[in-house]
Design a protein around this ligand. Structure first.
Ligand code: NAP
Length: 277
C-alpha cells in the first residue's frame, strides 16, 4: 500500500507557485470573508492565510460579527468585486442562518471566484472547459495525477453528492474519461456499489463509513471526509482495515485537506491570468 502524501505535495506545489510569483513579479491578493465565530472556519482561514504568506499572495481577511446582515455582506462583496487590487474572493462557509450563502457567494465575479462556485465557473466545468474549478475537486485530481493513477476508463465511485465536492468532482472525472458512479444517503446496497470501484472516493463526513469489506482488492482510496472524534480529525474511511487491502490511500489528516489549500493558491494565479485577459 502506498500512502498518498498530500502534505508533501502541498509543499512542493506551494514552492513552485512561490518561485513563479517571484520570477514573474506577480502581484495578487486574496480576500477571505468569515461571518461569525465558527471555530473550524477560523482554522481553515489560518491555513489559507499561512499558504498565502508562504507563496507571496497578500491575504486580506474580513472577520465580520455574527450579527452582520445579508445586505452588509453583499455590499462588501460588491466592493471587493470592484477593487482592482483584489485578485480572488472567498466567502467562508458556513455562514450564520440568517444569511443565504448561495445568494451571497453567487455575487462574486466569476474571474475572482477562486472557490469555483459561481454559475459561470460551474457551467465551464460542465462544458469541459475548466477555468476556476472547486479546490477540493482539483486537490483529488492532482493527487491522482501525481501518483500516476490512470483515470481514462477507470471505474470511479464517489460516495457523496454535495455541491462542493461530490457533484463537481463527478464532472471533472467525466472530463478525464473515467466511468463515474455517484452514491449518496438514499443509495441501496452501498457495499455492492463501492466494491466495483477501481478508484473509491468518499466525500460524506461520517467516520468509518467505508470499511474493509466495501473495498475491492488493490483499489485506490481517496478520503475527502473530515469529522472530529474525541478532538481528533478523522476521515470517512476505516483507515486501519482498508489500508491493508488497497493499493493507494490518502491519510486524514495529511491527504486531501492540505492539497485543497494549495489548489486555492493555484486558483488565485488562474484568477490573475483571467483578470489580465
Ligand atoms: P454535503 O454537502 O453535506 O454532502 C454529503 C453527502 O454525503 C451527501 O450527498 C449525502 O447524501 C451523503 N451521505 C450522507 N450520509 C451518507 C451515507 N450514510 N451513505 C452514503 N452517502 C451519505 O458535504 P460536502 O460539503 O460535500 O462535504 C463532504 C465531506 O467532505 C465533509 O466531511 C466535509 O467536511 C469534507 N470536506 C473536506 C474538504 C477537504 O479539503 N478535505 C473540503 C470540503 C469538504 P444526500 O445527498 O442523500 O443527503
Amino acid at each position: 500500500m502506498i500512502l498518498m502524501d498530500g502534505k508533501s505535495l502541498r509543499n512542493k506545489i506551494l514552492e513552485e507557485i512561490k518561485i513563479k510569483i517571484a520570477k514573474d513579479r506577480i502581484k495578487t491578493s486574496l480576500a477571505i470573508i468569515l461571518v461569525g465565530d465558527n471555530e473550524a472556519s477560523k482554522i481553515y482561514i489560518r491555513n489559507k492565510v499561512k499558504a498565502c504568506e508562504e507563496v507571496g499572495i497578500i491575504p486580506v481577511t474580513y472577520l465580520l460579527p455574527e450579527e452582520t446582515t445579508e445586505e452588509e455582506l453583499c455590499v462588501l462583496i460588491e466592493k471587493l468585486n470592484n477593487d482592482g487590487t483584489i485578485t480572488g474572493i472567498i466567502l467562508q462557509s458556513p455562514v450564520p442562518k440568517h444569511i443565504n450563502f448561495d445568494k451571497c457567494s453567487s455575487l462574486i465575479k466569476s474571474y475572482k471566484d477562486v472557490d469555483g462556485f459561481v454559475m459561470a465557473n460551474t457551467y465551464n466545468l460542465y462544458l469541459n472547459d475548466e477555468k476556476l474549478v472547486p479546490c477540493t475537486v482539483k486537490a483529488v485530481i492532482k493527487l491522482l495525477e501525481e501518483y500516476n493513477i490512470a483515470l481514462e476508463g477507470a471505474n470511479v465511485v464517489i460516495v457523496g453528492r454535495g455541491n462542493i465536492v461530490g457533484k463537481p468532482l463527478s464532472l471533472a472525472l467525466l472530463n478525464r474519461n473515467a466511468t463515474v458512479t455517484i452514491a449518496h444517503s438514499k443509495s441501496k446496497n452501498l457495499k455492492d456499489i463501492t466494491k466495483t470501484a477501481d478508484i473509491l472516493i468518499s466525500a460524506v463526513g461520517k467516520p468509518k463509513l467505508i470499511t474493509n469489506e466495501m473495498v475491492k482488492d488493490n483499489a485506490v482510496v481517496i478520503d475527502v471526509g473530515i469529522s472530529r472524534v474525541d478532538g481528533k480529525v478523522v476521515g470517512d474511511i476505516d483507515f486501519e482495515s482498508v489500508s491493508k487491502k488497497c493499493s493507494y490511500i490518502t491519510p486524514v489528516p495529511g491527504g486531501v485537506g492540505p492539497m485543497t489549500v494549495a489548489m486555492i493558491m493555484e486558483n488565485v494565479l488562474i484568477a490573475n491570468e483571467m483578470r489580465e485577459k
